[in-house]
Design a protein around this ligand. Structure first.
Ligand SMILES: [Zn+2]
Ligand SMILES: [Zn+2]
Length: 446
């Protein structure tokens, strides 16, 4: 049989630390992650072939394997042996013939029958007792016309951006994380007083020192359908797009459709705050060029203090507010302003956090004894989980600190599912604390 090296699997304990070596120190490109839900594994391919996957043909890669739950075989492997070389994958033309040949020679196999692997491939593992202590995976690649939709879609995404629709069950609700594309902000500003040598281990920047951020509106589906925030929308100029590195090849209309919804299905639009990356999508231009509410049947809800600030901006916050996002809602009579923490629809309530803006609020969703939280800019990405990681954009950073530290305690204790509006790769996760350090365990949904 002819077998060629396809990739080398490396089990990592902490992806951020591993990226500091493979991506930053070695300077390698990391592809968008691929989740193998059945194995609780998230795989990051690092092409090292010549020319390899980057040129669209199969080439050798490293595969960084990260556990997404304690039951993952990778979690067990790392616990037992520590991070390190996990497996070597050899690609064959006919995996059934290869497995038959090994069986005929009495070779011990983990998979007696080939089974489906990532990206439409078929795989079988050889037992390490037979292969001299190295776990060997045999793989037959998918025919080019059978590569699943998802992985083709991933390849068109910007580096380190992930825009798949993710669904989560929470009691009687279905929560659906959508994506209105990506934009870029100055990395130093995103991490405030955290010094560059510390944050650069966790994020990748472009040639203008910017990090990629997602915009992830959240659908709450129960008896009624709510959308929380709505991304940037499509009213802004190409100059604006250039300044903020906006990339909306994937956007709210597309991801709504993938969730089986349209703008007409939305009953309530709820705002965490009125910055352009959250409220821009509340309105759209009609055929005559007039700006109108984008969700024709919806009642819009925002906090009164936030509305006052957004309609009376000052020099420190003016660039964050685009009046076209929210003034037309009031003109159309569809905007309801609330003054305090309260229930917006059964099971969904708002809680004031302040910090990022004086009246910034998070949204708590509760059903069947479970709680989820859309924290908006209180914790914009998973990297912002530690208390000190506070954006320089925040107007009242000490209030962010107090609200984040109180919420995090509650989130750890009650195992709250936390949605990250701006994380480029991760829609949601659970906060955990070990030895005084807080981190996020990804929750991948369906
Ligand atoms: Zn904001
Ligand atoms: Zn934001």
């Amino acid at each position: 049989m002819k077998a060629v090296l396809d990739h080398i699997g490396i089990a990592v304990k902490d992806l951020g630390v591993a990226l500091a070596f493979y991506r930053d120190a070695l300077g390698l490109e990391i592809e968008a992650p691929e989740d193998v839900a059945s194995q609780h594994v998230r795989a990051h391919f690092v092409p090292v072939g010549d020319p390899g996957r980057a040129a669209g043909i199969p080439g050798v890669s490293l595969e960084l394997l990260e556990a997404t739950s304690p039951e993952s075989p990778i979690a067990k492997y790392v616990e037992k042996k520590g991070p390190g070389l996990h497996h070597i994958t050899l690609r064959v033309d006919d995996i059934h013939a290869a497995v038959a040949q090994l069986k005929a020679r009495g070779v011990r196999l983990i998979d007696e029958q080939p089974r489906p692997g990532a990206e439409g491939s078929t795989i079988a593992f050889v037992h390490p007792a037979a292969s001299h202590g190295v776990l060997i995976e045999l793989k037959q690649a998918a025919p080019a016309d059978r590569v699943p939709e998802l992985s083709r879609q991933q390849r068109t995404e910007p580096p380190h951006g992930e825009s798949r629709v993710r669904r989560y069950a929470l009691g009687n609700f279905e929560l659906i994380s959508l994506c209105d594309g990506f934009f870029r902000l100055d990395a130093g500003s995103m991490f405030g007083t955290v010094p560059k040598p510390v944050w650069e281990k966790k994020v990748q920047t472009d040639d203008r020192n910017r990090v990629t951020l997602a915009m992830r509106p959240l659908i709450v589906r129960g008896a009624r359908t709510m959308i929380i925030d709505a991304g940037l929308g499509d009213k802004e100029s190409s100059e604006f797009h250039e300044t903020y590195g906006v990339e909306r090849r994937r956007n709210l209309d597309q991801t709504l459709a993938e969730a089986g919804l349209s703008v007409e299905d939305i009953d309530i639009v709820l705002a965490s705050h009125l910055h352009f990356d959250h409220a821009g999508g509340f309105t759209a231009r009609d055929a005559a060029g007039r700006v109108r509410p984008r969700f024709p049947r919806a009642q819009y809800v925002a906090r009164r203090g936030e509305w006052e600030d957004a309609t009376h901006p000052h020099e420190r916050n003016r660039a964050s507010y685009l009046p076209d996002s929210y003034v037309p809602l009031a003109d159309a009579g569809v905007l309801q302003l609330v003054d305090d923490d309260r229930t917006i629809m059964p099971g969904v309530r708002v809680r004031h956090t302040g910090g990022h803006t004086m009246h910034h609020q998070m949204i708590l969703i509760e059903s069947g004894g479970k709680t989820a939280a859309y924290v908006a800019d209180l914790m914009p990405t998973a990297a912002h989980a530690p208390d000190a990681w506070i954006m320089a954009y925040d107007l009242y950073p000490m209030d962010t600190l107090a609200a984040k530290s109180a919420f995090s305690r509650e989130a750890v204790e009650r195992e709250i599912l936390v949605f990250f509006d701006h994380d480029p790769a991760l829609a949601a996760g659970h906060l955990v604390e070990h030895d005084g350090k807080r981190r996020v365990v990804p929750a991948l949904g369906d």
